[in-house]
Design a protein around this ligand. Structure first.
Ligand code: DGL
Length: 274
């Protein structure tokens, strides 16, 4: 099999927060990032649609030569990952791999919570799928998990409003709501890759003793560990420290917004997934 770059996929810009952390830890690898900005947000879409869109993205990244793809999107990880791994991958190419980001995030919580009460902020899709409580309970059945869907947070980020008074209003509303559901929460997972951009504002409305779990560094550590445990996959991943960007929306728009996430200029190409 041919070697290629590691693929990262998100519905929009959010996965860039994961790419940043992965590149910080594993700068030697090549990466291809694909954002389906034309069809974002995924968070309010049905299982069928998130699965269909995610599968299209996976096929496109395979066509780019990626041997390994990370779904850098919790909604896609929650709603499409398992079906793609179990049904589609064996038919497409059983040597390639598609990984999600929920598992490595969940593995971190036991070391953080003291009260064993954990909260999760996510899109409607991620929270309704119950993926976080299911995954947490597989490893730590004693932990009480409370979810809070924050349907306005992704649009705030995608529209560049993450630092506006509008953001304060919606963040405060969801923070108050989750703490009302469970006042013993001492650890809060940002279960959506867009949310690290809102972290400063979230911090402002949370009691200081509550820890915030921003998943990028856990996903990066999980990937490093995976590549160590699978040298045959590591060999298939090229290492020239490059990164390419693709979007399904306008190239200019993506490059402008991406600079907010990545703090440097990038070159990006538009493609169509349908
Ligand atoms: N960033 C994605 C996530 O982690 C999804 C955002 C969306 O498209 O709703 O869930």
């Amino acid at each position: 099999m041919q070697q290629g770059a590691i693929g990262l996929f998100d519905s929009g810009y959010g996965g860039l927060t994961i790419l940043e952390e992965i590149r910080r830890l594993l700068p030697q690898y090549d990466y291809v990032y694909l954002g389906d900005n034309a069809r974002t947000p995924y968070g309010t879409r049905s299982y069928e649609v998130v699965y269909e869109f995610t599968l299209q993205a996976v096929k496109r990244l395979f066509a780019e030569g990626c041997p390994l793809i990370i779904l850098a999107c919790n909604t896609a990880s929650a709603k499409a990952l398992r079906t793609i791994q179990q049904n589609d991958l064996p038919k497409m190419d059983s040597r390639r791999r598609v990984l999600g980001i929920i598992r490595p995030t969940v593995e971190s919580v036991a070391g953080l919570t003291r009260t064993n009460h954990v909260g999760v902020f996510g899109t409607q899709g991620t929270i309704q799928s119950e993926s976080y409580p299911l995954e947490i309970h597989k490893l730590f059945p004693e932990i009480v998990v409370t979810g809070e869907a924050c349907p306005m947070w992704v649009p705030l980020v995608e529209n560049g409003e993450y630092d506006s008074p509008g953001a304060d209003f919606f963040i405060r509303k969801n923070v108050d709501s989750i703490l009302k559901k469970d006042s013993l929460i001492d650890t809060l997972i940002l279960g959506c890759t867009h949310y690290p951009l809102l972290e400063n504002k979230i911090r402002q409305y949370l009691p200081e003793k509550i820890k915030i779990v921003s998943q990028g560094k856990y996903v990066a550590a999980g990937l490093a560990d995976y590549l160590k445990r699978h040298p045959e996959m590591d060999e298939l991943c090229t290492k020239k420290a490059s990164v390419r960007f693709y979007t399904t929306e306008s190239e200019r728009k993506f490059a402008d917004m991406a600079s907010v996430f990545l703090k440097n200029e990038i070159r990006v190409k538009r493609l169509s997934l349908e």
